[in-house]
Design a protein around this ligand. Sequence first.
Ligand code: HEM
Length: 509
Amino acid sequence: MNTIAVVLVVVIMILAFIIIMYYNKHLEARSKVSHIPGIHQFQPIILKIPFLTSHINLKSPIYLQIYDLIRKHGRNGVMSISTWKTSSVAIFSPENIKHVMVKYAKDYPKPQEQVYEAFDIFGPNILTTNGDIWRKHRMLSNPAFNDDHIKLVSKVTNQTMVSVTKEYWSHDSFDCNVVEDMTKITLQIMGIAGFGRDMKALNEDQTYDRSKYTMTFREAISRAADEIIIARFRYPKWLLNSPLPYFKNCREVVRNADLYLDDIISTCINDSDPLSKNYDLLSLLVAAKDEENKTGLSRAEIKSDSFIFLVAGHETTASQLMWSLWLLAKHQDVQEKVRKEVNKVFGDREELVHEDYDGLQYLLCVVKESMRLFPPINGVVKVATKNDVLSGYKINKGTIIRVNFYAMQRDPEIWDRPEEFIPERFESSNADHVDPMSYIPFSIGTRKCIGFQFSLTESVFILAHILRCFHIDLTEEQKKSNFVPTPRQFITIKPKELNLQFNRIKDRS
Ligand code: HEM
C-alpha cells in the first residue's frame, strides 16, 4: 500500500470513529424521550442534509418548523424533540404548562449553561439566575415596577409620541419603516423611563465624549442587547476572545456599553436622593433595600439587572408594536373601531395622561390579540431536575422542557378560529372564555415578566398617538400580493422588514 492509501484509510477510520461516537451520543439522548411521540434527528439544527437533517434546520425560522411538527406529531400537549445530543420535550397544553410553570415550578428551573448564560454579559441577573440568587434580584427589583414608575412610563411615552408624531414624522404622507422606527421609539422611552437619560435614539447623537467612547450610548447598548447576545449563543468562548476582527469589534461594543452603564450608575449612586427627581428603573433599583437586613443589590448586580431591563424591555415591545401595526393596516375595520375609541379619549387634547389608559380598553384588546398570534417571545426553556410524568409520559431527569406559547395560543382545541385576528375575544364580556393558562405571552408563575405593565402601558399610548394622527395602510404592492411579513427569529420574533403607508389625518370631525 502506498502512503496516500494509508493516510486515506486512517482518515476514514477516524471519521467513522467520530460518527459512531456522535451517533452513540444521539442514541443516548434519543432514548430519554423516544417513548413520547415526536421527532428525532442525528444532526444538530444546522444545515439541511438529506436523510440526516430530516426535520429541523436553519432554512426557515425554527419556531415555525416546530409549530408544523407539533401540529403533525404532538399528542396531548407534548412532543419529543431530539437533535444530536439534546433531548427535549415541547409542551403546549394549559395543563402541562400549569404543572411545569406554576405547581412544580421549583422542580423546573432555567437551564443556565445551555441557554441563559448568553445573557450574562455583565454577570448573573434577574433573567438568568435560579433559586435564592434569583429571589434576591426579583425581590429588590419588584419595587422598581411600582405605580409611581408606571406613571412615569405613561408620561414619558406620551411626551415622546407628541414629538414623534409632529417632528420625527413631519411629513403628511410617507412609507414608514416600522421595524426601524418602533425600535428607536421604544429605545428612546426605555432610556428615559429606565435610566433617566435621553439616549437620542431618534436622531444620531454627535455629542458623545470621543476621548472615552468609540460609539454612541444608543449604538453600544442596542448592539450589546442584540448582536452580542446572539454571538454568545452562536460561538464558543475561545472564539469570542480571539483576535479576529469581528470578535474584536464585539468586545469593543461591550467595553463601550460597560463604560456607559458605569457612568450612569455612578451618577445615580452619588446622588443623595435620586428619587426626588425621577422614578426611573435605575434610581428605584439603587434605592431598593431588603426589609430585613437593609442591604440592596451590589453595584455589579445593579449593572447586570439594568442591562437586562434594557434587553428584555425594548425589543420585545417594539416587536409587538410591529405586528400590531401590520394587523391594523390589514384589518381596516378594527383600525377604525380603535380610532373611534382613541379620538373619544383624546377629545381636544394633544397629549394623554396616565389615567386615560383605562379608557383605551379596545386598543388593549388589539395589543393582546396581536400577542396571541405573534408572541414576541415564542416560549421559554426549563430543565426537569427530577423524574416526572406529563400527559401520562415519563419525563426523565435532565430533559429540557420547551414551553411553547406560540403553539398553545394557536391551538384549535383551545381557540375558536385560532388563525384569525379577533380582538373582541379579549373584551371583558368575552374574557371569561379565555383560560389565563392558555394565554401567556408574558410567561406565568413566579418567573412571569416583571415588565408586563410597563410594556402594556407603553404600547397602548404609542398606538393611541399613532392612530390619532395617522391612517395606516398597506402599500399597493402589499395589497396585491396578500403580504405577510417574513419573520426573523433571534431574541424576539419580529418582521424582517415592514414598511407601511402612513397618511396624516387632518380632519378629525
Ligand atoms: C411585549 C413586551 C414583553 C414581552 C412579550 C415579555 C415577555 C417576557 C417573557 C416571556 C419572560 C420570561 C422569560 C423567561 O423566563 O425566560 C419575561 C421575563 C422578563 N421580562 Fe419581559 N416581556 C416584555 C416586556 C418587558 C419589559 C418592558 C421589561 C422591563 C422594562 C421586561 C423585563 C423582564 C425581566 C427583567 C424578565 C425576567 C423576570 C424574572 O425572571 O424574574 N419585559 N418577559
